[in-house]
Design a protein around this ligand. Structure first.
Ligand code: NDP
Length: 286
């Protein structure tokens, strides 16, 4: 057989990007699958995004992840979008299909997979509260609605961002979406099955901050999930734990968004345990 020394390339564009651990997780998955693939973590500023996407084409890369600040801006440089990415209005994973670059969003799918697999919950018919109205909240809320949540309450500080998110969700999914402004402490109603922090409150370095939530009225089996993964042990989850509520950290979402991107790029199922272990080691958690 002729030798083949050519690696297949994927990666991530962002700014800042140096602390993004996704490459460690993906490369561990590639090694375990015996794939000669590389994941390049590349610092790209907004002024260079168009040229960087052109680089994806020129290098014949199989795909690319986008992180802050490129998830929305990249759309104008792509050839098409998945339905979810169109509804969410943001792309975190680009996949090459022939000579076309197609934008997808695996954040919400990764979150949902975590809720099902690690949280043991089928969201069909469940009542959900999502804190936040940014990119993560849009992705999470879209997938929860598409998976059949029976009620989705968006709670956010700024009215304009939440209003736009709720209007987009209703227009694109006809789902049962409601909005409540976040004034003072948000008292969790007693019929909520799943509460998600999709704000950036508690994210490093602001690790002592926590969303202002009163858990005292929550039912005893309400699952509390955090999108924040750095650190994984957030003040928010600790507060929920004090009420004896089950919790799910942001590593779950991070691992599964990567697992789904791996599947989209390679067409293979990765060794999820290997990817999870590599990520946990990179972030210094057990
Ligand atoms: P955005 O900047 O798009 O949105 C931030 C959200 O947080 C907004 O709703 C904002 O409210 C809210 N917020 C921030 N500070 C405060 C505050 N002090 N009080 C009340 N609300 C606040 O961020 P993203 O949606 O991109 O990311 C959110 C989080 O999700 C980050 O921690 C990110 O790391 C995490 N994430 C995790 C992933 C994973 O795989 N685990 C994947 C993607 C993201 P307002 O509209 O009022 O400004």
């Amino acid at each position: 057989m002729a030798a083949n020394y050519k690696a297949e390339l994927v990666g991530c564009f962002g700014q800042p990007v140096a602390e993004n651990p996704t490459g460690v997780m993906q490369e561990a998955g590639f090694r375990a699958a015996g794939l000669n693939w590389r994941y390049l973590t590349v610092e790209v500023g907004p002024q260079d995004l168009a040229a960087a996407v052109q680089g994806v084409r020129a290098f014949g890369m199989r795909g690319i992840n986008l992180t802050i600040p490129h998830k929305v801006a990249v759309i104008q440089h792509l050839d098409g979008l998945s339905d979810e990415a169109r509804i969410i209005g943001a792309v975190n994973t680009v996949v090459r299909e022939g000579d076309k670059l197609i934008g997808n969003n695996t954040d919400g799918k990764g979150f949902l997979r975590g809720i099902e697999t690690d949280g043991g919950m089928d969201v069909g018919g469940k009542r959900v509260v999502v804190l936040g109205a940014g990119g993560a909240a849009r992705a999470v809320a879209t997938e929860l609605i598409l998976a059949g949540a029976s009620d989705l309450l968006v709670v956010n500080r700024s009215l304009d961002r939440a209003g736009a998110m709720v209007a987009d969700l209703i227009q694109n999914t006809s789902g049962p979406v409601r909005f409540e402004p976040w004034v003072g402490s948000f008292a969790v109603p007693d019929d909520v099955d799943l509460l998600v922090n999709a704000t950036s409150i508690g994210l490093y370095p602001d690790v002592d901050a926590a969303p202002d939530v009163n858990f005292s009225g929550a039912k005893s089996d309400m699952l509390v999930a955090d999108a924040v993964f750095n650190p994984p042990e957030t003040k928010f989850l600790a507060a929920a734990g004090e009420y004896g509520l089950p919790t799910l950290d942001g590593l779950s979402m991070l691992v599964y968004q990567g697992v789904i991107a791996f599947q989209m790029w390679t067409g293979q199922d990765p060794d999820e345990a290997v990817m999870k272990k590599a990520l946990a080691e990179a972030l210094g958690v057990e």
